[in-house]
Design a protein around this ligand. Structure first.
Ligand SMILES: Cc1cc2nc3c(=O)[nH]c(=O)nc-3n(C[C@H](O)[C@H](O)[C@H](O)COP(=O)(O)OP(=O)(O)OC[C@H]3O[C@@H](n4cnc5c(N)ncnc54)[C@H](O)[C@@H]3O)c2cc1C
Length: 378
């Protein structure tokens, strides 16, 4: 453990954890004029975060097949917010809103009606309206020429997006510097830093203070595959290992992801590597000549109800966690809610259980907010 330099000016907020949420929250609070310090156990790249390994797909409609309605709605609202947010950062970040394509092999066609039924049952009407298009034969080839005539049917979800996670982390680090945030990289923190308010954004690292958190392991491959030319993330329905292939810039593809209960941060297993890579090869044989840049694993920070939560302890500490497999998809709205509560704490509008209740009643996403004086998720 590195000791914290207490000589720097005492900030209004100390944000612990500089992964996705911590960077966003610190950057926004600094932009609102607060003095902010950020403590991250890893380096500036964010390589120790789940955000570093993520595919960063922004797919609220596709995720509606399994996600809570709250998460889907947070995702839809956040997707609309990302372009402005990224435009305010000092470095460019690849962002695309060119849809998601869902396909399946003939042998797995039983998966398709199940996926459609779940999606239609869970998705808000506004997302479905023009957002879910059935494609067959030539329509599919036209939508995604790289796939040729390999798949007979598919669905195009034209409004979904994705971004480059590592560029986003880097641009946010530059944004923190530009806004004068005191950044403490390579600084693991388990005791409370000296600040008026603490915001704990440690992801799974916050488990000691939030025992209900658990990790759900995800494994991905990053490959370089020139000449394939997929133009949007492709999801492959499969009974055992539903897979996605997310094309980033410069012929980089993120192929993922397994979903395994447990906080196992060990390297990718041979089984998972075989499943991920052979499924990609089955989507496009060009992946046979791809170069494997990286096989990586991380754990998604998850609460029992699979929903994100912002918890105020009734005193100096706020915790933001449980973004599970939807961190990039929902981060703008979750970070906004956290910053609104932080502002209310700093301004004295929220000071006890009654004023917190009142704040929550008027909050845009009241379901996100919890007091630790309640026991629901803490
Ligand atoms: C394989 C995989 C694929 C994913 N794909 C997607 C996707 O396509 N779309 C999507 O929306 N989401 C995706 N996610 C989910 C997303 O990555 C997470 O929801 C998101 O990163 C959670 O953000 P966070 O800031 O809470 O946690 P993290 O990003 O993990 O950040 C937590 C930070 O806290 C730091 N930390 C921990 N303990 C300490 C300590 N004691 N002191 C200081 N710092 C500490 C860590 O080093 C880390 O940087 C994926 C995740 C995985 C693992």
């Amino acid at each position: 453990m590195i000791s914290i330099d207490q000589t720097a000016a005492k900030p209004d907020f100390a944000v612990i954890g500089g992964g996705l949420v911590g960077r966003l929250v610190a950057w926004q609070l600094a932009g609102a004029g607060h003095g902010v310090a950020l403590y991250e156990r890893g380096d500036e790249s964010g390589a120790q975060s789940a955000a570093w390994v993520a595919a960063a797909m922004l797919a609220p409609l596709a995720e509606a097949t399994s996600a809570e309605p709250l998460v889907v709605e947070l995702g839809a609202a956040s997707l609309a917010r990302w372009p402005d947010l990224l435009a305010a950062l000092p470095e460019a970040v690849f962002f695309q809103r060119n849809g998601t394509l869902v396909v399946w092999h003939g042998a797995d066609r039983a998966e398709a009606p199940l996926f459609e039924r779940r999606l239609r049952a869970n998705a808000p009407a506004a997302l479905l309206d023009g957002g879910f298009l059935k494609l067959a034969g030539a329509q599919l080839t036209q939508a995604e020429p790289a796939l040729g005539s390999r798949f007979a049917q598919g669905w195009l979800l034209p409004h979904e997006g994705q971004l480059d996670n590592r560029q986003a982390l880097k641009a946010l680090a530059a944004g923190l510097a530009a806004r004068g945030v005191q950044t403490h990289w390579n600084t693991p923190v388990d005791a409370l830093p000296d600040a008026r308010w603490i915001i704990d954004c440690r992801g799974l690292g916050g488990k000691p203070a939030w025992p209900a958190l658990r990790g759900i392991r995800g494994e991905v491959a990053r490959v370089h595959a020139p000449g394939i030319g997929l133009t949007r993330p492709v999801r492959l329905l499969h009974p055992r290992y539903p897979l996605y292939i997310a094309p980033k810039q410069n012929d980089l593809y993120v192929i993922g992801a397994t979903e395994v209960e447990g906080e196992d941060m060990s390297p990718v297993s041979v089984r998972s590597a075989l499943e991920l890579l052979s499924a990609a090869f089955a989507v496009h044989p060009g992946f046979g000549e791809a170069r494997i840049l990286e096989l990586n694993s991380q754990c998604r920070p998850t609460l029992p109800d699979h929903r994100p939560a912002i918890v105020w302890d009734g005193a100096r500490i706020m915790r933001v966690n449980g973004l599970y497999r939807h961190g990039f998809m929902i981060a703008p709205e979750v970070a906004d809610s956290a910053c609104a509560l932080a502002d209310a704490l700093a301004g004295g509008t929220v000071r006890d259980a009654a004023s917190f209740d009142d704040f929550r009643r008027h909050a845009r996403w009241s379901e996100l907010l919890h007091g630790a004086f309640e026991t629901a998720t803490a």
